[in-house]
Design a protein around this ligand. Structure first.
Ligand code: GDP
Length: 473
């Protein structure tokens, strides 16, 4: 493969490796560093295509400690449903608008920044919940520095609270407990603290080292203290990044915008992203045409921990994809094409494996498990993945939900075709079917259901699943 790409004879490559003391055959894999040596030996130019390699090279070259400057922490809010995650995110966002930041009107781009009274800048991820957190992690984008665990003081530690604790621990991310709804008459913060104790979360008030703050997303009580606690925790973590190197960031949301084309919200992790920069992101590439911040303003550059909407992509990347700035368009295109091919090969390989798995699952299903197949289309990758994870949790020994396919964008003819073949309904989450898909769905009696709230969807599917069970009995 290497010889092929260099247009050299394979035997010569093997010979050159042997000269370096490596006894290898033609089909053996060699590591990237060795490959680079060989390539230089033959007088060719190396293009690193895998991000981890790129990072490794850049890290050693540019990130001497002088260049590492403090950066804002990136905060994710997690907790049980209805404990107030969304309200808290909204309340925190409003604090910053009220305190008179320029712009005033905030845009939902998937993350936002606020400045505390003492001047610390904090970055909040705007997608509450564990699914987003986990799927980002699964893609290798560990973007969160601090988790805010929201627990309602009028409730207690609930299943998703425990899940959140486990996620934070698995990711080795420190937690701050926000005891919410403290304005309520029946609020009992002490009960929350003792409850948490049982799950090995020992808050400060119980002589532990996890910061805890009583807040009310409704009245705003305690929000300042919460923000200062985050700033304090961030200081302890001593978060740093080098703003001077070529930018690297993680996609937290991406969509195809009718007017603007593909748009990705990127959280810059290293370096500074600038207008005009050429970049690769997952299997896509582009040249930064515009950068738009969380206040809807066009900006020229975004440094570490800053979330920005990036315009100028040639396609829509996935949430969790990593963006790397490269030098030339040719390089960007080459890397993107290589990745696309590699991903295709991988999918083909995985496809074969899944079919087997699916066959086995089906064999089992034929015997004792009833299956409810569904198709999911959503407006953004994050929602699609969140739905898939939620769907896969529904079910028990007798019945389960199987997501046949999921994706981003409008419901199309091909979705309807797949749904018909599998006798599955199509779920549209914040997306609609295009005209021709609607027509063919009508003809083929394929059911399309629209949702904009995940919990409604979960409830309906649960009902359908139990209906399926009853029908079988
Ligand atoms: P999420 O599911 O965790 O995102 O929870 P939401 O933010 O949607 O809140 C669930 C419900 O609790 C909503 O009806 C909110 O109005 C309410 N709520 C959230 N925070 C507070 C609070 O601090 N005090 C009171 N009284 N209600 C709250």
């Amino acid at each position: 493969e290497l010889a092929n790409r260099m247009a050299e004879r394979a035997a010569d490559v093997v010979k050159s490796l042997m000269k370096m003391g490596m006894m290898v055959t033609m089909n053996q894999s060699i590591d990237a560093d060795t490959a680079e040596l060989v390539i230089e030996e033959f007088g060719h130019r190396t293009v690193r295509v895998s991000y981890s390699d790129v990072e490794q090279v850049i890290d050693t070259v540019q990130d001497s400690s002088d260049n590492l400057l403090p950066r804002p922490p990136i905060v994710t809010i997690m907790g049980h449903v209805d404990h107030g995650k969304t309200s808290l995110l909204d309340a925190i966002r409003k604090t910053s608008v009220v305190s008179g930041e320029a712009g005033g009107i905030t845009q939902h781009i998937g993350a936002y920044q606020v400045t505390t009274d003492s001047g610390a800048v904090l970055t909040f991820l705007d997608t509450p919940g564990h699914a987003a957190f986990t799927s980002m992690r699964q893609r290798g984008a560990n973007v969160t520095d601090i988790v805010i665990l929201v627990v309602a003081a009028d409730d207690a530690v609930m299943p998703q609270t425990i899940e959140a604790i486990n996620h934070a621990k698995a990711a080795n991310v420190p937690m701050i407990v926000a005891i919410n709804k403290i304005d309520k008459y029946e609020a009992n913060a002490q009960k929350v603290r003792t409850d948490l104790l049982q799950h090995n979360v020992v808050v400060e008030a119980m002589s532990g080292d996890v910061l805890d703050v009583e807040v009310s997303a409704k009245t705003g009580k305690g929000l300042d203290t919460l923000l200062e606690s985050i700033a304090l925790q961030a200081e302890i973590l001593d978060l740093r990044a080098n703003p001077k190197r070529a930018a690297q960031g993680a996609v937290i949301e991406a969509k195809l915008d009718v007017g603007r084309g593909p748009v990705a919200t990127v959280l810059v992790q290293h370096g500074t992203l600038r207008k005009g920069d050429i970049f690769v992101v997952g299997e896509q590439w582009g040249k930064v045409r515009a950068l738009i911040n969380d206040k809807g303003e066009r900006i020229d550059e975004a440094g570490p921990s800053v979330p920005v909407e990036v315009l100028g992509l040639n396609g829509t990347p996935g949430a969790g994809d990593v963006l790397n700035v490269v030098e030339t368009e040719a390089q960007a295109r080459e890397i993107a094409t290589y990745r696309e091919k590699a991903a295709k090969d991988k999918r083909a390989a995985a496809g074969a494996a899944t079919t087997l798995e699916q066959l086995m699952a089906k064999a089992k299903a034929d015997k004792d498990v009833a299956e409810l197949p569904i198709l999911v289309k959503a407006d953004v990758q994050g929602s699609a993945e969140a739905i898939v994870q939620a769907m896969e949790k529904i079910g028990n020994d007798e019945v389960r939900v199987r997501v046949l396919h999921y994706g981003v964008g409008a419901i199309t003819d091909s979705d309807v075709g797949l749904a018909e073949a599998s006798n599955a309904p199509i779920i549209g989450f914040n997306v609609r079917a295009n005209a021709s898909a609607r027509q063919s769905a009508n003809q083929k009696s394929v059911e399309i259901r629209y949702y904009s709230v995940i919990y409604d969807l979960v409830d309906d599917i649960k009902a359908a699943a139990s209906g399926l069970l009853k029908a079988e009995v």
